[in-house]
Design a protein around this ligand. Sequence first.
Ligand code: NI
Length: 226
Amino acid sequence: MLVHVPALLTAEDVMHCRNVLAASQWVDGKVTAGAQSAEAKRNLQIPETAKEARELGEMILQRLGRNERFTSAALPLRVFPPLFNRYDTGMKFDTHIDNAIRFVPHAPIRVRTDLSATLFLTAPEDYDGGELAIEDTYGEQQVKFPAGDMVLYPATSRHHVKPITRGSRWASFFWIQSMVRDDGQRALLFDLDNAIQSLRGKGGETPEAVQLTGVYHNLLRRWAEA
Ligand code: NI
């Protein structure tokens, strides 16, 4: 399941991120890549432990915490501290799969990467190429969203970033360990939650809405590790 989360960040948030990142030191993106993906990866990143990354990461975590669409789609248990990358003209990231387990630097915390997230920090009209291409059960999906928007996709999927042919593409990226590990179960819960919200919006608190809410929570109880 691919989920578009529009306007996770406001225009001011995006501007703030870009200003802080512009003044930060970028390093070769191979630092967070596994052995296979290091070969495939040509980009720049802010070091994981950089003060700027932590500060902006905190802001993103706060925005995620109050975003209903993100919460409903990801059912988050743990979120890896957001990282930041940049693809200048000629840079790309060939087909790879993200590591299954991530270790939070300087903390005894592991995150199983159930979902991958890319939060766009550059307007699509400011660069050419740079689409995030995700191999889904229905074929390849290409994603290029407005600055401030985020895409969530199963971390189990192969994906790549197409070469940039003009401009520079900045983004934040991170992973989520979900309370519900299985993507199919998570997709079902997301669908059900959306249907219940819509039903309640139209008819208010009907007995059917209450019953379906019960079904939702009882499925979640059955499937969630909390
Ligand atoms: Ni990746």
